[in-house]
Write a protein that binds this ligand. Structure first.
Ligand code: NAD
Length: 356
């Protein structure tokens, strides 16, 4: 298994491999970059088929966190951790405690948050041995009401303001009344995004693999139900992917009729060239990690003193970041994802190493 010559290595600062025989813990923690501050990223537990698969995942995801935090202008670096094992079979209190001790041994280089396969309760177990966990404190949410640490409301609100910025840029429309928006996935983030859009007078088209989620959006928000196969090619103004990754691909892009893609899903582009393909098709793409940064912004403020008004103002700055991306993309006739990466690099790299 190569490490320094791994295709995803990307100048990671630090990689830690942890093993605890008693609890069965096997984990990798990757710290990509700490120029802006300690690396923060989710702790994922997954039944990886091989160590190589786990390494690839942690390297890719930790680099993504550096870009996301830098673009969101928060003083955090990028990192990620993976625990190798099936969360339903192999997760135990002893394993989580062992993970907490491993995190503590890294000093303040990496802070873990909830991710696939781990919950707030799991992170609370880890926190018995370390302060290097985030997203576990009850606080006042962005709506001014108590919340349990779930970042979804913040992510949904950030996606809403980002969608507004994209619509204004592409369609010249500030008022969302009558705007037709197709939402793929009305779960934690998608449903809350739908609530914001419904309140602003948008016309909603929704799909989800869970019928009860769709039924709720139809009955409570007046959304129109659409089949899972139709959602991407619907004749609407905006497509908001809020379910899966890799939805923007060779097959879907030629079928997309929406002029704007603005949704919360991570890794929406199936591969980097789909960024340019969207531009060629006249579609404005709001880069996923720029528009869905509300959650990480919310978690950041937990570290520095939570004030929901400051969190709200910071989340609203997502629209300025997107404006800057859209402006540069037009000026240079380049795809928005590429510009987002460049802008993020300007924000975390030492000036002499930036490629522009
Ligand atoms: P979630 O699991 O609550 O919601 C996803 C919804 O999509 C579910 O209702 C699910 O049934 C539905 N779905 C799954 N496959 C589908 C398909 N093929 N077609 C239609 N619907 C489908 O997850 P979430 O927390 O709302 O996150 C949604 C996306 O946003 C994910 O990609 C996630 O990584 C990303 N994201 C979430 C946050 C956050 O704060 N929760 C932050 C950043 C990014």
């Amino acid at each position: 298994m190569s490490v320094f010559s791994h295709p995803e290595f990307s100048q990671h600062e630090q990689l830690n491999f942890f093993c605890d025989e008693q609890s069965g813990l096997k984990a990798i923690v990757a710290v990509h970059n700490t120029n802006r501050g300690p690396a923060l990223g989710g702790c994922r537990m997954w039944n990886y088929r091989s160590d190589e698969e786990a390494l690839r995942d942690v390297l890719r995801l930790s680099k993504g966190m550096t870009y996301k935090s830098a673009l969101a202008n928060i003083d955090l670096g990028g990192g990620k951790s993976v625990i190798i094992g099936d969360p339903r079979q192999h997760k135990s209190e002893a394993l989580l405690e062992a993970m907490g001790r491993c995190l503590e041994s890294m000093g303040d280089r990496y802070i873990a948050a909830e991710d696939s396969g781990t919950s707030v309760a799991d992170l609370k177990v880890m926190s018995r041995h370390t302060g290097n966990v985030a997203g576990i404190t009850e606080r006042i949410g962005i709506d001014g009401k108590p919340c349990n640490g779930d970042p979804s409301p913040a992510t949904a609100y950030g996606t809403f303001v980002g969608l507004q910025a994209a619509v204004k840029h592409k369609l010249g429309q500030q008022d969302l009344r009558g705007l037709r928006v197709a939402i793929q996935g009305v779960g934690n983030v998608g449903y809350r995004l739908a609530q914001h859009l419904a309140a602003a007078g948008a016309e909603l088209y929704v799909t989800d693999i869970h019928q009860e989620q769709v039924a709720r959006a139809v009955s409570e928000l007046g959304a129109i139900e659409v089949g899972a196969e139709q959602i991407l090619s619907l004749d609407v103004d905006v497509l908001a992917p809020c379910a899966l990754g890799a939805v923007l691909n060779d097959v879907s892009i030629p079928q997309i009729k929406a002029k704007v893609v603005a949704g919360a899903s991570n890794n929406q582009l199936a591969s980097p060239e789909h960024d340019a393909m969207l531009r060629e098709h006249g579609i404005l793409y709001a880069p996923d990690y720029a528009i869905n940064a509300g959650g990480i912004i919310d978690i950041f403020y937990e570290r520095v003193g939570h004030d929901h008004r400051k969190v709200l103002a910071h989340i609203e700055s997502i629209s300025e970041t997107l404006d800057e991306i859209f402006r540069r993309a037009d000026l240079q006739d380049r795809p928005t994802g590429e510009i987002a990466n460049e802008l993020a690099e300007e924000r975390f790299m030492a000036p002499e190493t930036v490629s522009v």
